[in-house]
Design a protein around this ligand. Sequence first.
Ligand SMILES: [Ca+2]
Length: 480
Amino acid sequence: MSNTTRTSLLTALASAAVMLGFSRGLPATEPGCRPNFLFILVDDMGWADLNCYGSTFYETPNVDRIAAGGVRFTSGYAACPVCSPTRASIMTGKYPARIGLTNWLSGRIKKRLVGAPYIKQMPLEEVTIAEALKEAGYVTGFVGKWHLGGKPFYPEKQGFDVNVAGCHAGSPMGGYFAPWNNPKLRAGRKGEYLTDVLTDAGVAFIESNKDRLFFLYQSYHTVHTPIQAKPGYVEKYRAKAAGLLPHRGPEFLPEGCTHTRQVQRHPVYAGMMQSMDENVGRLLDALDRLSLADNTVVVFMSDNGGLATTAAPTSNLPLRAGKGWLYEGGIREPFIIRWPGVTRPGSVCHEPVTSTDFYPTMLEMAGLPPKPAQHRDGVSLVPLLKEATSLDREALYWHYPHYSPQGGCPSSAVRQGDYKLIEFFEDGHVELYNLARDIGEKHDLVEKLPEKTKQLHAMLKTWRRQVGAKLPAPNPDYSR
Ligand SMILES: [Ca+2]
């Protein structure tokens, strides 16, 4: 065989390999279709905070661009009403109760009960979604808030090739304006805004890996406290709020031992939302500019409900309560997936889905085999993204056996179809709601539907046994 013939043959074989998707060492189920992933997680943002979910005060044209090109889920949930457990559920595909990480790191409030014991880091034994994709040839980047353990458990120990800013802390160390004090982030220049700097890192990661398969997990600290925005934006929204008609009815209503905000018009929070949205736009623009958008899946969600009680910068209405509670305001999230060439632009899905589902979904999108040890709680959403209308799943579950700083009490919940039952551990009472008719959870159906109540309560108790959920205990030092 002549050198020319051999070269032609090798070139032809290489082209065929690329067409068949073997170019990166593993076969894809759909030739040449293995996508990049840009996963954008926002902290503490509420279900009703985006224009595409109904907000008329905040301005989010860029996040709305993701929804316009993909599927917007109306019943997308976080696996927990506080930070760290939901983050662990995304990384592991498991319910927080199954891995024993059920509270934010590291909080423990005692009242009538002592919160259940929980682990203080995501175990290294878990095969994270980053490890699974890295094993398949993806370069993996983490930018922003981690909050899943100390140094031995940082992102670089959990499958990420690059870690910018990911550390033990749950809030920006030193606030949103430089100087900050983050061991994994360069010193900021005076006046620099954290959300902008994290996007610089995300865009740099995309640019330097534009010729490789990549998974970028862009995990913004915003819109978590401290509520701090650029002064110009604060002025803009102060003027906007002043121009609104007075809010009809009270601005706050009682919720347990606290109160819930009933209207969105906090100018500083609105300024944070604008910075968040602009920076999401910068990431999307980078994908467009580098001609990567058509082969990049974009996911957008928040890790728990909006902060609507206690400090209360936002309102999750029509949902009840907010971060730290198992009412819908604490767990229902903006949940958007854009998969170019697959998702029908601007579509809406009402099937209940949750943060444990990303793990099996992303593996299937990448044409990778399932990992049965990790896929114990999540379900792949690929059928829904391809226009199926429902999933084969019995129910969704939550277990938050702790008091939250926002007034939430130790509780568990189950949602099956339109019905949701919440069990409160302090006094053992349960509440039942029909979310299709009563999204605001105002009408408790326990007395009206005793059989349904019994059935869901039994399912919840069985599930807790199956996952080894730990329960809170009486507090011997408690006195009224
Ligand atoms: Ca959070």
